[in-house]
Design a protein around this ligand. Structure first.
Ligand code: IPE
Ligand code: IPE
Ligand code: MG
Length: 256
């Protein structure tokens, strides 16, 4: 196959960008329940304290000039938790958006929500849509809230959209490209995550960004989410800086 300069992704040609800083960081905020249990507190206290970490990390990401921060806040499988916990998490999201929207907007943060909105309470849904509209003109950090998100659900919905295009005669099956699939994902238009962080020591994706994580670097932090602080985030970022990403190529270590 002959490669031309047009085949090289723009970010690989951009000599001005800070090559060591990820453009998109995605975080699986895990361990709230265990954090609380280890202190003899109800799980909900862990979630409440987790919001404080969200505030700090969003601020830090903005200061560092990170373009996209995706936070996994509620998975499509988290509905299987006790109804009281689910209700608490819904209420916490609502409280967070209500109390922080003003400051987020002031800090030029743009909010985007990924995940299925269908099963959400209409009030929560409206609040999320309002937050997206209110910050649509912001040009700083893009804060992506993965809420009622599951990658298999996202891919299923994408397949449905593409199938509808085929059924209507607008698309030939043979002509479907990877870009067409990406355009049907909730993350359409966003760069793939460069770095995926998971707290609490668990080392799994739990149905997070399965398509988008194809070439992401992974970092597993041992502490629970409420204890993940600025220093821990700095550590994850400096670890990322020392990774060599190859994207299937040969990388820098090999000379020809
Ligand atoms: C992460 O903490 C928050 C959500 C999944 C909503 P958990 O609630 O999963 O806490 P652990 O993993 O049970 O400790
Ligand atoms: C993943 O954490 C989902 C979120 C952080 C929102 P879980 O706690 O739900 O994942 P499992 O069940 O341990 O895989
Ligand atoms: Mg968990």
């Amino acid at each position: 196959m002959t490669a031309t300069v047009d085949d090289v992704p723009d970010e690989q040609l951009d000599v001005s960008a800070d090559r060591g800083m990820p453009q998109h960081v995605a975080i699986i905020m895990d361990g709230n329940g265990r954090w609380a249990a280890s202190r003899g507190m109800p799980r909900t206290e862990g979630h409440r304290n987790g919001v404080k970490t969200v505030r700090d990390i969003v601020r830090q990401a903005g200061e560092l000039g990170i373009g996209y921060l995706t936070l996994f806040a509620f998975s499509s499988e988290n509905w299987s938790r006790p109804p009281s916990e689910v209700k608490f998490l819904m209420g916490l999201l609502r409280a967070y958006v209500r109390s922080d929207l003003k400051e987020l907007k002031k800090n030029n943060v743009r909010i985007r929500v990924i995940g299925s909105r269908e099963d959400l309470d209409p009030g929560v849904r409206r609040l999320l849509e309002d937050a997206e509209h209110a910050t649509a003109e912001c040009s700083g950090l893009e804060l992506v809230l993965a809420f009622n998100y599951g990658a298999r659900d996202e891919l299923t919905r994408a397949v449905r959209k593409l199938s509808a295009q085929v059924a209507s005669g607008g698309k030939q099956p043979d002509a479907i490209t990877g870009e067409d699939i990406e355009a049907c994902l909730d993350t359409a238009g966003m760069p793939d995550p460069d770095l995926i962080i998971r707290t609490s020591g668990e080392q799994r994706l739990s149905n997070f960004l399965l398509w988008q994580a194809a070439y992401a670097e992974f970092y597993f932090a041992p502490m629970h989410w409420p204890d993940f602080d600025r220093n821990a985030f700095d550590q994850a970022l400096s670890c990322y800086k020392n990774r060599e990403r190859r994207f299937g190529g040969l990388g820098t270590a090999v000379s020809t």
